[in-house]
Ligand binder design. Sequence first.
Ligand code: UGA
Length: 449
Amino acid sequence: MTFIGTGYLGATYAICYAELGYEVIGFDVDVDKIEKLGKGEVPFHEPGLDEMLRRNLAAGRLRFTTSYQETADFGDVHFICVGTPQRASGLGADLTYVEASVSNLAQHLSRKALIVGKSTVPVGTAEWVEQLVAKHARPELAVEVAWSPEFLQEGFAVDDVMRPNRIVVATKTEWSNSLLHAAHKGVFDLAATEDREVPVVSTDFATAELVKVAANSFLATKISFINAMAEVCEVAGGDITQLARALGYDPRIGNRFLQSGVGFGGGCLPKDIRAFQARAQELGAGEALRFLHEVDLINLRRRQRVLNLAAGLLGRKFGPAGPDLSGARIAVLGATFKPNSDDVRDAPALAVAGMLSRAGASVHVYDPQGMENAKRALPEVEYAKSMVEAVTDADLVCVLTEWAEFRNADPVALGEVAANKLIVDGRNCLDATAWKSAGWTLRALGRPT
Ligand code: UGA
C-alpha cells in the first residue's frame, strides 16, 4: 500500500502500517521531507515514531519516494493523505493538493487499484475525486475510489493509528470493500491479540466525509462550551475547574475535552470548523452551523482575555487600541498548540505572544519542543534557551501550553530569578496554592483570584 503525502497524517500512517507488517511506500513531492524520512528522521515531533521508522526501514518494509511512477507501480491501495489547508481567501478548504495528487497518481497507474481518501475534506469531495480519476486514469483499469477518514491526535498518533477507537469506511463495490478490509486487517489482528474489537462503520461517501468534520466540530464546541462557562465563572465568582469536574462525572457529558484555558489551536480544529461552515453555506445549510461561528469567536476571545489579564496584573492602562505594555518584560512559557508536539500552527500560545509584543512588551518565549517552528512563525519576539532564562528578570510570566516542565516548575526557584512574582496560568494547569505560598500573584482564566 502507499500513502500519498508524508505530512503528519501520511508519515504516521506509513510508518505504523509498516509496523503492522504491510509493505509500504510513502510518497511526497517535498524532496527534503522524503530524504529525511528515508534516512530515518521524522520531520516532526511525535513520541515513539522515530524508533518505529528506523526499525521498519531496516526491515525493508518501508521506503519513501518522490516518484509517482514508483508509487503507482507499487501499490494496490493508495491512501491520499495530503493537506487541505484553509484557503488564502475565505474560510473554505483548499483542495489543490488533493487534485494534484489524485490526478498524477491516476495518470501513472497501469493496473486496477483503489484510491482511498483520508484527508479531511468538504463533503462532496469523494465524488469529485471519482471524476478526477475517471478523467486521468485509463478507463480499462476501472480504478475505484473509497473514503476512510482518520481521527489521530498529535501526541498520541501512534496509538490512534494502531489502536483506533473506530474505523469508518465508504466503498461502492464488493471488490473495494474487501480490499479496504484487507488493508485494515493488521489493525483488527492487533486488536484481537489484545482482546479488543475495533468497531467498523460502513457507510456512504457523504457520511464518511461528514463524520470527520462533525467529530472535530463537536470537540471544538465542547472546548468552547467550557471556555464560555469560564467567562461566566469569572464575572459570577465561580471556579471553572470545579465546574468542569462536576460536569464530567455525568457519563452523558464525560470529563474529556473540558479543560478550560486559552483555547484550541492546531492544524485541524480551527480550520475544520471554518471549512465546514463554508461548505454548509454552499449547500444551503449555513444556518445549521451558525453556532460554529460562535464557537470560533469564544475561542479567539480567550487570547484577548490573557492579554487583558496580563495588562491588569501589570497595572497598565487600556487605550482605544488595547493595553499599553511598553517597557514590560514578559516570559511566555509555551509556543506549541498543545504539549508533546512541536506544532505551532494556529497555536494560542504563539498568538498571545504576538499580541503581547504588539502591545509593546518585550516578549521572551520558551517551549520544550516548538522553538524551531515558533522562530519561523513569529520571528519578532525573543526566544530563550530554557524556562529559567525566559523567566529571568521577567515582570510577568504567562503559562500558555501545559507542558509537564511548566506544571512541575519550582515556584520558589523561579521566584528568585523573576523581577516580579506575577503569573498568568492560561491553561489552568498550575498548583495555585503552591505558587501563592511561594509569594506569587497568580491569575487563571475562569477561576477566582
Ligand atoms: C484533533 C482531533 O482531536 C483528532 O481527533 C483529529 O483527528 C485531528 O484533530 C485531525 O483532524 O487530524 P489535534 O489537532 O491533534 O487533534 O489536537 P487536540 O488534541 O484535539 O487538541 C486541539 C486543541 O484543543 C489544542 O490546542 C488543545 O490545547 C485544545 N484543548 C483540548 C483544550 O483547550 N481543552 C481541552 O479540554 C482539550
